[in-house]
Design a protein. Structure first.
Length: 616
């Protein structure tokens, strides 16, 4: 019998959506479906526990094709190639050139040079680019915004002197004065007039983009994905409007804008973000009646976030940046920068930079991520996320436009207030362990010391003008816990937290594990135990171990029996803590027991309180 035309599983009847929902309700055993199964995202929309074809059929995104308007499925038809980019501090042209030539032989095909304005000259650029085949790779430059036109003229003269074909030069200059207003509160109105001259300087180089939207700065300040996306669109439109008002053709203006996005740890949401970004930007540019659809393409560089990077347990940063890189690669971006895992506490060295390069090369060369165009297409979940993110980001975009545009919103402080509020909220959630940072507020490395590592503080002296507007407070999510742990390290004696485990085996082990992680996050030495026969034995063992904090770990029912005798026997010779929030807590408090640790306390503030009581 020929079965080649039979469909897989055709003998099974496909269950309906209602049948799935009915089954879930049965398994929930009366629990609330909305509370238990529906995820209310930080981005302002709900995510259902499952999606089916009928959910996606109402969306527009699955009908798009790769390389075609609105480019939701990518800018290319044939492959998913992206530039592997490495940024280089070019304070010395000669040293930067040596490094650039070296990394080009190690898989890099996109270079980013940060040039000090005081060094900028024709001779400097010649030395910087010596031996580099500028028509075979992508080149990116940044310098002081006031000197960007000068840099563009020097580069164009260099390319012409070397005889490069203009259409083979793929390059960009990071000119984004509005970033100064958003991040530092600086007035940059005088710089905006440079945009037209910049574009005229590079007009013969069709792949040379000289106006940048640095939305990655918002990502690194803690912005939610939908905020980064919505504000990036408004930011881009601000430049479009400025350029058109200056007499630049809309198509030409759009073709000169480049977007820099950050990548957060939310894997599927980030894939959807880049897809939604291309789609929305294409539709925005289309409203300006460009000469061709190619002007509607968003060119996006993606850089792994520093917001969630940590000083302690720094190798975990590799796990974060790897999934972030995967998101951007699958989403089909133009180029990717992987931030080296040690970038938040030291100048990256050869080892960390090599690892960062290889993180991309593994995906590209060994996992073949560069082969398949838009591999996430058709996923019911990602298509739904793409559409939902687009809708919510569009609301932010329209809100900014109603306020007079992005620059006006930044000058009024609306953008800064919104991002700062999110940053504060996320820091609070981290303190409450509602947002986890592996190795920081969850599962820390107990034995790790900083070994002299200190968080780096970055500053720019390019513009010393006083701030006229509000600024964004850019602080990493782990900073508060790191400061606490570093303070603990400086104490004359490392505080010791001793687990007095007694009673019910399951409960005492669970609460000891929770408390062990809880105190280790502040750098305490933690001593766990298998269990004690009575509280006296446990207290004696704790004091013999030099305990500064004694944590009794048992079941709620048994705390009524064990907690008060243990507290009285300890007799203030160490801090006494109850692990959990038992029903008898009020009775225990009446006996003088003040300290409780459990999932609902603010971990950061509680640990600060213990440090204060211990004189740290």
């Amino acid at each position: 019998m020929n079965k080649t035309n039979e469909k897989l599983f055709q003998e099974f009847t496909a269950p309906t959506t209602q049948e799935w929902l009915d089954k879930i309700q049965v398994d929930l055993k009366g629990a609330d479906f909305q509370k238990r199964m529906v995820w209310r995202t930080n981005e302002g929309f709900d995510v259902q526990p499952f999606y089916r074809r009928e959910d996606v059929e109402k969306l527009q995104t699955p009908n798009a094709l790769p390389g075609e308007f609105p480019f939701v499925r990518g800018n290319k038809k044939s492959d998913n190639e992206w530039y592997v980019r490495q940024n280089i501090e070019a304070s010395s042209a000669k040293e930067a050139n040596v490094k650039a030539l070296d990394v080009l032989n190690k898989g890099i095909d996109s270079l980013g040079f940060k040039i000090p304005a005081k060094e900028l000259s024709k001779e400097y650029v010649e030395q910087l680019l010596e031996g580099i085949a500028c028509d075979c790779i992508e080149l990116n430059f940044s310098t002081c915004k006031r000197h960007t036109v000068e840099l563009a003229k020097i580069l164009v003269a260099y390319f012409e002197e070397k005889g490069y074909e203009k259409d083979r030069i793929v390059a960009s200059i990071d000119w984004d004065p509005i970033e100064k207003t958003v991040m530092k509160g600086k007035n940059i109105d005088a710089l905006l007039s440079l945009a037209k001259e910049l574009i005229e300087t590079v007009k013969d180089y069709k792949y040379f983009r000289v106006v940048t939207v640095n939305a990655s700065a918002l990502n690194n300040a803690g912005a939610y994905i939908v905020q980064e996306l919505g504000y990036a669109l408004a930011w881009g439109v601000e430049y479009l409007e400025q350029l058109i008002a200056a007499g630049v053709d809309p198509s030409e203006a759009a073709k000169r804008i480049k977007f820099n996005f950050g990548i957060s740890e939310n894997y599927f949401m980030e894939i959807a973000k880049f897809r939604a970004a291309r789609m929305l930007w294409a539709k925005i540019v289309k409203e300006y009646n460009p000469c061709c659809d190619c002007a509607c393409k968003m060119i996006a560089n993606a850089q792994t976030s520093t917001y969630n990077m940590t000083v302690f347990d720094a190798y975990v940063n590799l796990l974060r940046s790897q999934t972030e890189t995967m998101s951007a690669a699958i989403a089909g971006v133009h180029s990717i920068v992987v931030t080296p895992f040690d970038a938040v506490y030291e100048q990256p060295n050869d080892f960390s930079e090599r690892i960062a390069r290889n993180q991309q090369l593994l995906l590209k060369e060994e996992s073949h991520f560069a082969t398949i165009v838009d591999p996430s297409a058709g996923s019911y979940y990602i298509e739904e996320l793409t559409s939902s993110l687009a809708q919510e980001a569009w609301k932010i975009f329209l809100s900014v436009e109603e306020k007079g545009g992005f620059l006006a919103a930044a000058k009024s402080g609306n953008v800064q207030d919104d991002i700062n509020a999110t940053n504060e909220k996320r820091h609070l959630h981290a303190a409450q362990r509602r947002e986890f940072l592996l190795g920081t507020n969850q599962f820390p490395n107990f034995t790790e010391n900083s070994d002299g590592k200190q968080p780096l503080v970055h500053c720019c002296n390019c513009n010393s003008d006083a701030a006229e507007f509000k600024a964004i407070n850019s602080t990493r999510l782990a900073a508060d816990f790191e400061n606490l742990r570093l303070a603990t390290e400086k104490a004359e004696k490392q505080p010791v937290a001793f687990m007095l485990t007694i009673g019910n085996l399951v409960w005492r082990q669970a609460r000891a594990q929770f408390s062990t992680n809880f105190f280790a996050c502040a750098g305490y030495k933690v001593i766990d135990n298998l269990g004690f026969k009575n509280v006296e034995e446990g207290v004696d063992a704790a004091l013999a171990a030099g305990a500064d904090v004694v944590v009794i770990c048992s079941s709620d029912d048994e705390y009524a029996e064990y907690a008060v005798p243990a507290f009285k026997y300890l007799d203030n010779r160490a801090l006494f803590v109850v692990a959990g929030a038992p029903a008898c807590a009020e009775d225990l408090k009446k006996e003088g027991i003040e300290n409780f640790v459990h999932v609902k306390v603010n971990q950061l503030e509680t640990l600060k309180m213990f440090n204060e009581k211990l004189g740290i």
